[in-house]
Structures are given as C-alpha cells and as structure tokens.
Design a protein around this ligand. Structure first.
Ligand code: DAH
Length: 337
C-alpha cells in the first residue's frame, strides 16, 4: 500500500471505531510491530538513496498524525462511554414511594428521649463494658461476696471474678475513680440477668444517672426525676418516693409515677393503685464515695437506675417484654413514624 492508501483506509477505519478495544486493535494494525505503517517504513531500503529522506519524513509525519488521532479518538470514546454509563446507571434519588422505610426501635427511641433530655440538663453520656468485673458490678457498690443483695440479681458469671454486668450501676465506681466532682453523668447500656418471663428478659437496657457535688440533696433527685417523668409521660405526671433498700444508696427509694393509663384514678395496668413503679434511686452511699477517693464529708450525690424496657412498656402499653426482641415488623412498624 502507498502512503495515500494507508492514510485513506485509516481515516475510514478510525472513524468507525466504537470502543477502546477496537481502537487498540486498530492501533496495532497500523502502528504495531507488523503494522501497515511499520512495514511501509521497512520498505525504505528498496528505494533509491535520494528518495529515502523524503519518503522517511512522510511516513514519520503520517505516524505522528496517526498517534494524535489515536489519542484524541481515545479521549472521545472515553467521554462517550462515561456519558453512557452515567445515563444508564443513574439512580433516581428522588423516588419517594419506597415501601420499606426504616424506623428506630422503640427501645432506642425511649433511650434517646431520656438521654437527649439529660444532655439538655447538662449531663454527660458515658458508656462502659458489658463484660464487667465482680468488683465494679458488686464490691465497689457495697455488695461484698456474701451479701444477700446479690440474690436479687441472678448473675451470669464468666469466671469467679468476671461477669456480665447485671446493672449499669457498675459504671458508678468506674467513673468516680477517674473523674472528680462536680459530676453529672448518665450511662445507658445493656445489662444481663438469668431471668425470663413476660416482664423479664435475660438482656435488657438500663440508664444509670449519677450526680456528685457539694450540697446535693434528695430534693435534687426528686426534682430531676420529676423533670424526666414530665418529659416522658406529660407535665401532669407526679413522682412518689417509697423507702427501699439498695446497698449503694442511703437512703434508697423506689420511685413511682402516676399511672399514665388512668391518670392516677386506678386501672388494671396500675393494679388499681394509681401508681406505677418505674425505677430505683437514692443518695449515693458515703461508702461508695470514699471507696472511689471522694471525700464524703465534702461531697454528696444521688443516683438512679431506669429500666428502659419498663418505661417503653408503660409508655406504649406493651404487655410482654419479649415483643421488643422478636423483631416482628408488624410490631416495630408502629413506632418512630
Ligand atoms: N441498679 C439497680 C437495679 O438494677 C437500680 C438502681 C437503684 C440504680 C438505686 C441506682 C440506685 O443508681 O441508686 O436494680
């Protein structure tokens, strides 16, 4: 083939190239080791000496032109391919008729609702380990090995000294060892007990609250709990303290709220009493403070432990705690809309 013939067939062929593969094949067809242009260059030796420089420079000129065409065609094909993919793989993010919209789990909703309020009240949210030592779960909380209060929390032991925490109260000493008063913290998280029926689950959620400062009183505890109760169940909700016992608080109280179902008149939910027991609380026992290196002559504190499932069951009228963990969509879909 002559230079002109090569040139004109090349023009036709490159124009017809549809993708990068075809372009690559064409490139080796013309510029490869045994390509048309390369063979032409090799034939230079058959020419008379005086024609060789002109012929050589013409062939080189053509090679340059071809290389330029290959690179511009390559870019053109790349852009077209990109354009095609963007068009074909386009995702319509404006689609609104999706039928499986997720929602937060009722336990998460209640936990968030409580923690958001506590944050607004200046509390810090902290989390700690679910696999805990006997020391933090019990001993630091004034519950030595032989203490009868251990019987109230049927514990999953991993070894003699390691267990699944039975209460978020385990965070109290952990925090007080590290941070000194003034302290205002809440610790949400999972706790474990070997217990299972309509109102008990082997794993459930608690939120521990702890305040330590100068002049903290039982009134501060009651005021804080009234705030939480009003936020969860409405401003008309009343808070009642009944004397109780926890080794890590003195005095200790059981906290009742007016029944959100009947407003305090008496119904089956509150067993006709008008009150529902929701949490345990009290003034931090000086033993616990001293144990963490806090001067109990100078500082006092209150603590409370909220059962998140219990609150959610009252709030939404859920009769069986196991409904929370079965992940039945018919149940879950009713929340967080
Ligand atoms: N940890 C207790 C429980 O799980 C609840 C509790 C009671 C927490 C009194 C407290 C408290 O912080 O002061 O039964």
């Amino acid at each position: 083939m002559t230079i002109e013939q090569i040139k004109s067939t090349f023009d036709v062929e490159i124009a017809a190239c549809k993708n990068a593969n075809e372009l690559q094949e064409l490139k080796s067809k013309y510029l490869g080791k045994s390509g048309a242009l390369t063979s032409l260059l090799k034939s230079i030796k058959d020419l008379p000496a005086e024609e060789r420089p002109i012929f050589g420079s013409k062939v080189n000129e053509l090679r340059k032109q071809m290389e330029n065409r290959f690179s511009s065609k390559g870019e053109e094909l790349f852009a077209a391919e990109l354009e095609r993919r963007l068009r074909e793989e386009r995702v319509d993010v404006s689609l609104t008729s999706c039928s499986h919209r997720g929602a937060l789990h009722p336990i998460t909703l209640v936990e968030n609702q409580i923690c958001d309020l506590m944050i607004a009240m200046g509390f810090e949210v902290l989390s700690g380990p679910e696999i805990e030592t006997d020391y933090y779960n019990f001993q630091a909380l004034n519950i030595p090995y032989d203490h009868p209060a251990r019987d109230m929390q049927d514990t999953f032991y991993i070894t003699d000294n390691i267990l699944l925490r039975t209460q978020t109260s385990a965070m109290q000493a952990r925090v007080m060892e590290r941070k000194k008063p003034p302290l205002k913290i809440v610790c949400p998280g999972k706790v474990y007990r070997s217990d299972s029926d309509a109102s008990h689950s082997p794993v459930f959620n608690q939120i521990e609250g702890l305040v330590v400062d100068k002049n903290v009183t039982l009134c501060d505890l009651k005021g804080t709990l009234e705030y939480i109760a009003a936020h969860l169940f409405g401003p008309q909700t009343k808070v009642r303290f009944r004397p109780s016992y926890f080794p890590f608080t003195e005095p200790s109280v059981e906290v009742d709220l007016t029944c959100s179902n009947c407003g305090g008149k008496g119904c089956s939910l509150c067993k006709e009493t008008g009150w529902i027991e929701v949490l345990g609380a009290g003034m931090v026992n000086p033993f616990v403070l001293e144990n963490c290196g806090i001067d109990s002559g100078k500082y006092s504190g209150f603590a409370f432990g909220i059962g998140v499932e219990r609150v959610a069951m009252i709030k939404y009228g859920i009769p069986d705690i196991r409904l929370f963990y079965e992940n039945d969509l018919r149940f879950l879909k009713q929340f967080g809309k």
